[in-house]
Design a protein around this ligand. Sequence first.
Ligand SMILES: [Zn+2]
Length: 235
Amino acid sequence: MIILRDDMQSKVTGCMLIITPIAWIVTSLVNPESLMVGGVFFLLAFLVFFWRYSCTSSGENDLTISFDSIRFSTGGRPVRIRWQELEDYGTGRKTSKIPSVQGGDMEKTTDYITLKRKKADGTTETFHKDLSSWGGSKVMGHVAFYTAARVVKLIKKLSDAQSKKERVEIIKNAKGISNFEFKQKKIPFWHRKVLTCTKCGGISCYDNRISKDEFICPSCGENPKSERERNGMIK
Ligand SMILES: [Zn+2]
């Protein structure tokens, strides 16, 4: 089973939970008169972040992919699509505008996947599941990182698979190494090289003492080389 979660979203809101009270204290020190008014403002901000944090970490926005089905919830309604019922799938990107306090709008892009389910009566039902506004989601407990395009590739593989055994195997290979294994491999920071994998988009640390050709992306198991280098190799 693979559980994909918008990890950045919960990290960002988690950070805001710590920053908000600090901001209140700092503002109060600078301007003691704002202690009460600021207190109300920051308390409200804190509650908003807390609510969002509990939403993202409760798992209700997760996308669960298992050997028999895909599960998620959309608009508060839980959906389960078995592999046999899946008719079509794809990705999309939408932009929404968030009005900002300073005037002018901020743009937010969200990647989503589209899934079509064939119903018993022959009609199809289409679902949109938001994936992430931060480029991708993380596999819970593992280091693998999934962009919307990679999720669709995995869905294609699982949908094409013929047996339960095949699907179990695909899922096992798609998770990347576990967080625990990853921590065991900690690299001293003066030897770290941070690279973005061109294959899956995951950002990871590599040990610069070993040859670049031997780097293995912990998320997808491929060499995280840049596109240019990869093409250079072929020529
Ligand atoms: Zn990768």
